[in-house]
Design a protein around this ligand. Structure first.
Ligand SMILES: CC(C)(COP(=O)(O)OP(=O)(O)OC[C@H]1O[C@@H](n2cnc3c(N)ncnc32)[C@H](O)[C@@H]1OP(=O)(O)O)[C@@H](O)C(=O)NCCC(=O)NCCS
Length: 185
């Protein structure tokens, strides 16, 4: 992907040297949907960075003033996309939450996906207990399109049985984005 600059951030592909910053938040993912991304050590983080660097849909969110990677976005990977539709997602180092960085980054990515990449529809899956992510979808002008009940399991209970979660789907269309949906805060 091309490098995107916002007021406070640079969005760019992952690259060598990002492992420590990635490990800082993937050593203990807070969202259940990202538990499978958990990294045991820096060596695993280096492997993960190399994979991410080759993934067109994977974007590092960096602070402009320091260059630190504070999280990532995904969306617009070449494979598996149908009907000009792509799924999007976000993951911030919790140290940098509550400062508007996720919104700033996601808004820039949406603009890129709609205008430069020509996507027609973006959607996100969000668990019903993940209020910060739902709030972000809404600020981006996404519509809640439905709830899939007991849709997916990321964890097991003490007896080893899967715990199924309710998953919401949010989406936005290109013409909605172009008409200024993200101005809604
Ligand atoms: C979901 C997630 C990305 C949201 O991050 P976030 O920091 O809460 O989101 P935002 O960037 O929208 O910032 C939130 C707050 O920063 C505040 N803020 C502070 N300074 C700001 C500034 N300079 N500009 C804009 N907002 C600012 C805003 O008021 C906003 O609060 P509001 O929504 O009540 O208005 C984050 O919680 C996360 O990474 N969670 C773990 C991974 C995850 O759950 N991913 C999604 C799976 S579906």
């Amino acid at each position: 992907m091309q490098i995107i600059e916002t007021g406070r951030l640079i969005l760019r592909p992952f690259r060598e040297g990002d492992a420590a910053d990635l490990f800082a938040y993937l050593r203990a993912p807070t969202a259940t949907c990202f538990l499978s991304l958990k990294l045991a050590d820096l060596a695993e983080a280096e492997i993960a960075v190399r994979k991410r660097a080759l993934d067109e849909g994977c974007v590092a969110i960096c602070l402009k003033h320091s260059g630190q990677v504070i999280g990532d976005l995904f969306g617009g990977a070449g494979d598996g996309e149908e009907d000009e539709t792509t799924s999007v997602g976000w993951h911030l180092n919790p140290q940098f939450g509550g400062q508007g960085y996720a919104f700033e980054a996601a808004r820039a990515l949406f603009d890129h996906l709609f205008r430069a990449r020509g996507f027609r529809r973006l959607y996100a899956y969000v668990e019903d207990h993940n209020k910060p992510s739902q709030r972000l979808c809404e600020k981006l002008g996404m519509r809640r399109e439905g709830v899939f009940v007991e849709f997916v399991s990321f964890t097991n209970d003490a007896a080893g049985n899967p715990i199924y979660e309710n998953t919401m789907q949010y989406a936005i269309l290109r013409h909605e984005w172009m008409s200024g949906a993200a101005a809604i805060r």
